[in-house]
Design a binder for this molecule. Structure first.
Ligand code: G4P
Length: 525
């Protein structure tokens, strides 16, 4: 029987993986890709170890700084499912990019370092997931090292993130004494040293919660302690609730070690049991677009220029929300009402790209773009215009004046700025009358990446003059009187020519509000 679109959608799981830098996001992603056979060797994702991954300009800066700047998309087949993994930059200066990526997924996996617990960036990213109400799965990593007590970590997770936690498994020891996990969900014990226990990877647990039989591990006090902890959790801990997981109110917690691959398989198997298939999406007019709808629709959540420096390409990442993609099909870009043929598309594997043959809701496709698409654009098939809800933008806090060093190279300067701004790498403002260029960012590193990329990808060196932090507030065009501009605020326009004031500080803004009580000032997110 022919599969319907809705049947195909059910085989999709699309998640983002979030963490504070260095918690092990990349390592766990590699393990997941290994299971699906998408890569053959760990170390291919960052290309640090094997050097096989096609390096591009922007990866150069990631390497130098040891940070992940961009989010990438990977796809892996596992157990009859197609899993789409969206990596996100860990560094807080790129949280806007992460935020947009989280809009394109149906669930999130949060990786926590067992030695460090909840770190600032985890907290921030987690908040975004909570706002979207998507299920969050927690993986507490690095159990092969000595870390904090598991109970302590769970308490912190619940208190700091204000979410209920349900341990799906419980570690038996840590560091050198890490014996394995007591797998509450699967009723078994998973061993780090099967060779010492009759060669079994798993030992079943009986009704009393103990391992049947005489094995090396049953003599260990670590095992007894874990068993007692689990008993206590069962009595005093949260109830397991699939509904609460689906609403993002309860996070299932898994322990393991991504580096040694321990516990990752167990995590993945449980994840696919509970992670949702692609959900419906809301349009600006309040319509709900079901993933099984015949006509294709989707939105651009990310644009990446120059992923491959040899080709100087620009790719718009589209999350498909309904319908089925077929090569060569026509769609309309809602913002411009222009028709577009989806001829050149790409899907992302860990170490290669392939042409997309078919894709449905939940899948991410890359469209080679020559400048027709922007972040937040909706594309749709059929006669009914469609615009999905706007993607959130952060209010920038740091500003820089920018001018080209070489006036002879103005053209590449303008081209570079325009493309990087459309990518959402940075925000662009112009002073209202003199049209000087001002860049706005959430974090300092965005400026550095901007400067680096402009030089390396567009051959344009720039002069950057810091303006420090400012408070950006928008004002309705019809309310604007240019005389409102003073020495304490700078009147600018954003890239859509909307007027915006950059206030020196809170005091300057309050002074303005007192003087013009009828004027409504607005911020972005
Ligand atoms: P990130 O993407 O979240 O930033 O983290 P990444 O996976 O790059 O991991 C950060 C560091 O932590 C890496 O070491 C990695 O090998 C290590 N790591 C990840 N998972 C585990 C684990 O389960 N146990 C232990 N002991 N270490 C783990 P590095 O030395 O900084 O980098 P590398 O040069 O080894 O890649």
């Amino acid at each position: 029987m022919k599969q319907t679109i809705a049947d195909k959608v059910k085989t999709r799981k699309t998640f983002a993986i979030i963490s504070h830098p260095d918690a092990g996001k990349t390592t766990i992603t590699e393990q997941l890709l290994l299971f699906g056979g998408a890569i053959r060797q760990a170390g291919t994702v960052k290309g640090k170890k094997s050097g096989k991954f096609a390096k591009s300009d922007w990866m150069e800066i990631e390497k130098q700084r040891g940070i992940s700047v961009t989010s990438s998309v990977m796809q892996v087949d596992y157990d009859g499912l197609q899993i789409n993994i969206l990596d996100t930059p860990g560094h807080e200066d790129f949280s806007e990019d992460t935020y947009r990526t989280l809009m394109a997924v149906d669930s999130a996996v949060m990786v926590i370092d067992s030695g460090k617990g909840i770190e600032p960036q985890t907290k921030k990213l987690f908040k975004v997931c909570r706002m979207r109400g998507i299920p969050i799965f927690t993986f507490i990593n690095k159990l092969d090292r000595d870390g904090r007590e598991p109970l302590d970590l769970i308490t912190e997770l619940e208190e700091v993130l204000e979410i209920d936690a349900y341990p799906m498994n419980w570690p038996m020891g840590m560091g050198k004494g890490f014996l394995g996990i007591y797998d509450i969900y699967n009723n078994r014990v998973e061993l780090t040293h099967p060779e010492q226990n009759g060669g079994n990877d798993f030992l079943p647990i009986n009704e009393d919660g103990a391992i049947d039989g005489d094995f090396e591990i049953t003599k260990s006090s670590t095992y007894t302690q874990a068993m007692e902890d689990v008993l206590l959790l069962k009595e005093a801990g949260n109830e397991f609730s699939e509904e609460a997981i689906a609403k993002g109110e309860l996070t299932p917690v898994f322990f393991g070690s991504a580096l040694t691959g321990f516990g990752v398989h167990t995590f993945l198997d449980a994840y696919i049991d509970f992670a949702p298939s692609p959900s419906a999406h809301k349009t600006e007019s309040g319509e709900i677009v079901e993933p099984g709808k015949e006509e294709l629709s989707g939105f651009v959540f990310k644009i990446q220029a120059n992923m491959n420096p040899a080709h100087r390409d620009r790719i718009a990442f589209v999350r498909i929300c309904s319908g089925e993609f077929e090569p060569g099909m026509d769609v309309i870009v809602n913002r411009t009402s222009k028709k577009m043929k989806l001829a050149h598309t790409t899907q992302f594997m860990a170490d290669s790209r392939e042409n997309v043959k078919s894709a449905v809701a939940g899948d991410i496709i890359g469209l080679y773009d020559t400048g027709n698409l922007q972040i937040g654009d909706t594309i749709y098939e059929g006669k009914e215009p469609l615009q999905f809800e706007a993607l959130p933008q952060f209010t920038p806090e740091l500003f820089m004046k920018v001018t080209p060093k070489n006036v002879m190279k103005q053209k590449s300067f303008y081209k570079g700025i325009q493309q990087l701004v459309q990518e959402g790498a940075i925000q662009l403002y112009k002073t209202y009358h003199t049209e000087e260029f001002i860049l706005g960012a959430v974090g300092q590193l965005q400026f550095e990446v901007f400067e680096y990329r402009l030089k390396n990808e567009y051959n344009s060196e720039v002069e950057m003059t810091p303006m420090g932090s400012k408070i950006a507030r928008w004002i309705d065009e019809e309310d604007l009187d240019v005389n409102m501009s003073s020495s304490r605020n700078l009147l600018c326009k954003d890239r859509f020519d909307h007027p915006v004031f950059l206030f020196e500080n809170q005091f300057a803004m309050r002074w303005f509000e007192d003087k013009y009580p009828d004027i409504h000032l607005t911020a972005l997110l």
